[in-house]
Design a protein around this ligand. Structure first.
Ligand code: FAD
Length: 295
C-alpha cells in the first residue's frame, strides 16, 4: 500500500523542525530513519497532514565522549553508528552488545536512536538500554528545552510523554563505574526480529560482593523497566546460584507479560527469568575477571 498524501517539510535546524511541528497543530509527524513510521503510513495506521524530515539536521548526528566518562548521543545517530562506535564499545559495552540485536543491517543503516526511543516499542532494545543506563533525554519544544529521566519518558506501549510539537534531540548517558561487569541476553524467533524478551545487567564486584547493580528487562510489560527487588537480591553478597535464583524469581514476580500469537504470558515470564539468570552470570564473570568466553 501507499501512504495517504502529506505535506513534506525538510528541516535543517532544531528550531525549524519545532516550528514546523507547532504550525501543524498536532497533525505533523517527525520522520527520522522512517523504519517504523513508513510501514505505519503504508498500512494507513497513521495519516499525518505533514512529515517533518529531520535528516538534514546534521547537529543531531553525533556521539560525544564526555569528560566524566559518559556519552552524549544525538537523536539522529544511526543504529549502525552506535554498533560500531569505539566510545560505546569502551564505555558502555552492554549497549554495543544490545545493538547487535537491533533488526538487520539495512534497517540499522537508517534507523536512529531518537526514532527508536520516540516509537517506544515494548520489545525494542534502545528503550531498555536508556532505562538500564539511567539516561537523561533532552527534548526541544516551542517553549525551549526540557530534560527527562529515561524512566519518565515511556508512557505505555508505543507511547511517550513527548508533546506533538516536541523533538527529542539528545540522549545523555552518565558514566558507569569502571571497571564493571555486564550481561545482555535476548530471545527472538529469528535473527533480526523483535525480541520476545530480553534482560540486561550491569554490576561491580566490591570485596567479592555485588555492588552498583542495575537490572532491566523488556518485552514483558508495556515499557522496559528496572526491577528493584531483583537488584536488591544481589547487592552486598557474592553472586551464587541462590542469589541468581532469587533475582530471577523477583523478576518473574514483578513483570506483567503480554499474551500474543508469539507466546503466552506464562511462557514469557518463564523465559525472562532464564534470560536474567544468564545476564547475571555473564556480568559477574566479567566483573570478577572470570569471563572466559563471555569477555
Ligand atoms: C523488519 C524490521 C525489524 C526491526 N527490528 C527491530 C529490532 O529487533 N529492535 C528494535 O529496536 N527495532 C527494530 N526495528 C525498528 C527500527 O529500530 C527503527 O529504526 C526504529 O524503531 C525507529 O527509528 P527511525 O529512526 O526509523 O524512526 P522513524 O520510523 O522515522 O520514526 C518513528 C517514530 O518516532 C518519531 N520520531 C523519530 N525521531 C524523532 C525525534 N527525534 N523526536 C521526536 N519524535 C521522533 C516519528 O514521528 C515516529 O512516530 C525493526 C524495523 C523493521 C522494519
Amino acid at each position: 500500500m501507499k501512504p495517504p498524501p502529506f505535506t513534506y517539510v525538510a528541516a535543517t535546524s532544531v528550531a525549524e523542525a519545532v516550528a514546523a511541528l507547532a504550525a501543524h497543530d498536532g497533525e505533523a509527524k517527525v520522520i527520522a530513519g522512517g523504519q517504523s513510521l513508513v510501514p505505519m503510513l503504508n498500512f494507513r495506521l497513521l495519516a499525518p497532514a505533514a512529515l517533518v524530515d529531520i535528516n538534514g539536521i546534521r547537529e543531531l548526528d553525533f556521539v560525544d565522549a564526555t569528560a566524566d566518562g559518559g556519552l552524549r548521543i544525538g537523536a539522529l545517530t544511526r543504529h549502525y553508528t552506535l554498533l560500531t562506535s569505539p566510545d560505546v564499545a569502551e564505555r558502555f559495552p552492554v549497549l554495543g552488545e544490545a545493538m547487535r540485536h537491533v533488526a538487520h543491517l539495512a534497517i540499522r543503516n537508517r534507523g536512529t536512536i531518537g526514532g527508536s526511543l520516540s516509537h517506544a516499542d515494548p520489545a525494542a532494545e534502545l528503550p531498555m538500554m536508556v532505562t538500564l543506563l539511567d539516561a537523561t533525554l533532552t527534548v526541544a519544544g516551542p517553549g525551549g528545552e526540557r530534560q527527562l529521566a529515561a524512566a519518565d519518558f515511556f508512557d505505555g506501549a508505543l507511547t511517550t510523554v513527548l508533546a506533538e510539537d516536541e523533538l527529542l534531540t539528545t540522549i545523555t548517558l552518565p558514566p558507569l563505574p569502571q571497571p564493571h561487569g555486564w550481561g545482555f541476553h535476548e530471545f527472538a524467533q529469528r535473527a533480526g526480529d523483535f525480541a520476545l524478551a530480553a534482560a540486561a545487567v550491569v554490576l561491580t564486584a566490591d570485596d567479592g560482593a555485588a555492588a552498583n547493580v542495575r537490572l532491566a528487562v523488556m518485552g514483558v510489560d508495556e515499557n522496559p523497566s528496572r526491577i528493584a527487588a531483583a537488584e536488591a537480591a544481589l547487592v552486598g553478597q557474592p553472586v551464587s546460584d541462590d542469589t541468581i535464583a532469587a533475582a530471577a524469581a523477583a523478576v518473574r514476580e514483578a513483570v506483567d507479560p503480554p499474551e500474543d500469537l508469539h507466546g503466552s504470558a506464562t511462557y514469557r515470564r518463564h523465559l525472562v527469568g532464564g534470560l536474567v539468570e544468564r545476564a547475571i552470570r555473564d556480568a559477574w564473570a566479567r566483573a570478577t575477571g572470570n569471563a572466559g568466553g563471555a569477555a
